[in-house]
Ligand binder design. Structure first.
Ligand SMILES: Cc1ncc(COP(=O)(O)O)c(C=O)c1O
Length: 394
């Protein structure tokens, strides 16, 4: 084969900058173990085991049978969906959004997050991203030709970025900042004071503040996470990303939304008209049902997650860890034992007891020294995983 043909057959240069998607890699290892006959318990991915509430499934079934829903949907989502989102937002956070101009439904929040830099950032611009963090903040920036600048999240700083540590020249070059509370992977939460400081910082430096909030409803013990738009002035500079994935156990359905400043929403909408052709309308009707139906099921799911969090904390603490169940998210973020790095420890746990956990370094260099597990496995599987952990030899 000639050199020219080889070059054409290889992937685009920009893909060379992007590490393999963490979960795809983990999945490959787990599949290998399973093929070798190991009964692997996966606590690696934040994908709720609980089913989508029946009322939502019923609406989908009915809507799927209606030919009205079989054609291309609107690029910008049903007006009824945007209206339901605006009502949900105002009930939940007391924040007002214009359903015409300030809300754009997306194919899950990953769709919005990965595409935002293509719509709002130029090659060579800086994107500020938490480290450790959801990896798509960085890969989305790289795919748009931008540079990512890490904002370390540390235990000492309660897993909030230290905004005062961002050099002025970096802040002035930055076009966009990602925040994510309640946080994946650290399970940390942000209070009003921090969000207010972040809004001020971004306003002072002309940065678009993107708050990724898919875990806003997964919280325990009466704790209610804030929306960015509960901070006065945030809508002048910001966007917030939401998802039905975690709130209603709908990860497979692919529906969420981005909301906030109208001109930014319009740019994302313009980009998306060229990328996808909207969300299956039957899924949109089901989402409307989800949002209009109250939060009883979400609260019940959170009780299950809270109980599981307690079991994990009790087990790990009996083995020498010192962790508290988190206030939000279904993640446990804990240090790896002395003598291991995070990949080494995750590999050791998988090899020794067949439990799959996620190495912290997979979320960025500052995640080194930690691992994440998700309490989204069925009760009996999680209990079995904890029994196995008790037999782990270090
Ligand atoms: C922080 C964060 N943002 C966004 C997403 C994407 O969620 P979805 O695309 O299912 O809405 C996830 C999924 O795990 C996440 O952890």
């Amino acid at each position: 084969m000639s050199k020219a043909v080889n070059a054409k057959a290889s992937g685009a240069k920009r893909l060379g900058q992007i590490p393999p998607y963490l979960f795809a890699e983990i999945d490959r290892k787990v599949q290998e173990k399973k093929r070798a006959g190991v009964d692997v318990i996966s606590l690696g991915i934040g994908d709720p085991d609980l089913p989508t509430p029946k009322r939502i499934v019923s609406v989908l079934q009915e809507a799927a049978a209606d030919p009205e829903n079989h054609r291309y949907p609107s690029y910008f989502g049903l007006a009824e969906l945007r209206g339901a989102i605006a009502n949900w937002y105002s009930d939940r956070f007391g924040a007002t959004l214009d359903p015409q101009t300030e809300i754009l439904p997306t194919l899950g929040s990953k769709d919005g997050i990965s595409h935002v830099p293509l719509a709002l950032v130029d090659p060579g611009d800086l994107v500020l991203a938490p480290d450790p963090g959801y990896t798509v903040y960085v890969t989305g920036a790289l795919m748009a030709g931008a540079e990512a600048y890490a904002m370390p999240l540390t235990h000492e700083n309660e897993w909030l970025p230290d905004l005062s540590a961002i050099p002025d020249d970096v802040a002035d070059r930055a076009r966009l900042m990602w925040l994510n509370y309640p946080n994946n992977p650290t399970a940390a939460v942000a209070d009003r004071e921090f969000l207010t400081r972040a809004v001020e910082f971004c306003r002072d430096h002309g940065i678009i503040l993107c708050h990724d909030a898919p875990y806003s409803e997964i919280a325990f013990g009466g704790y209610r996470p804030l929306s960015l738009f509960e901070v006065p002035g945030a809508k002048d500079i910001g966007l917030e990303f939401h998802s039905l994935s975690k709130t209603f156990n709908m990860t497979g359905w692919r529906i969420g939304w981005v909301c906030g400043r109208a001109d930014l929403i319009a740019h994302i909408g313009q980009l998306k008209t060229n990328v996808d052709s909207g969300i299956f309308q039957a899924v949109q009707w089901a989402a409307i049902e989800a949002l209009n139906g109250g939060e009883e099921e979400t609260r019940a799911a959170c009780e299950v997650f809270a109980r599981r969090h307690q079991l994990v904390a009790d087990t790990l603490n009996s083995l020498g860890w010192n962790i508290k169940p988190p206030r939000a998210t279904f993640y446990v973020w804990a240090p790896v034992p002395h003598g291991y790095d995070s990949i080494g420890f995750a590999g050791h746990v998988l090899d020794q007891v067949g439990v799959n956990i996620t190495p912290g370094v997979g979320f960025g260099p500052h995640g080194e020294g930690y691992f994440r597990l998700s309490v989204t496995a069925p009760d009996e599987r999680l209990a079995e995983a904890m029994r196995r952990m008790e037999n782990l030899r270090l």
